[in-house]
Design a protein around this ligand. Sequence first.
Ligand SMILES: [Fe+2]
Ligand SMILES: [Fe+2]
Length: 194
Amino acid sequence: MTAFEEEWHVVEKKVSAQLSAGRFQHCLRVADYARRLAQENGVDENQAALAGLVHDYAKERPVEDFLTAINHFHLDPDLKNWNRAIWHGVVGAEMIQDELGIDDPAILAAVRLHTTGAGVEMPTLAKIVFMADYLETGRDFPGVKEAREITDKSLDRGVFYQLQHTLSFLAEKGNVIYPKTFTSYNDWARHFAE
Ligand SMILES: [Fe+2]
Ligand SMILES: [Fe+2]
């Protein structure tokens, strides 16, 4: 076994122990899709796959765990006004470092940003995980085929597509929207308007 395969094996067990079978399968599909996007975009494939595997590690943790972690890791106290949908990225990255021993800053940043996206300064690995989460082969929403085609042509266009559609979807339902999602969207909208 290579060092990567060994690491994968250990991490995979820990991720699967934290998640429902369905969400664990989602993580494996995100890992696969991230590997493919990494090939197309000149990023280390194993790094992308590992980031995909762990991205939802914290998704099923109890609220108390997140609130404790926000204090423990001295994260922005405003996070306490939000919910698991936001926490499992921003706070989840700290748990992944702490509990899975993953120290690669690029992987941690990708996890941190996968729920909100980021502006044009978003690192390539983070774009890959953000898009793999949206497009993995189990996803089936109106427009998924178009979104996959756009992303195959341009990762950046894919990121903008996702932000645009996620914002519309959340607003349509009358949900609250985390400010970072807006700033991410605005940054790309300006970028592509130029
Ligand atoms: Fe997630
Ligand atoms: Fe996910």
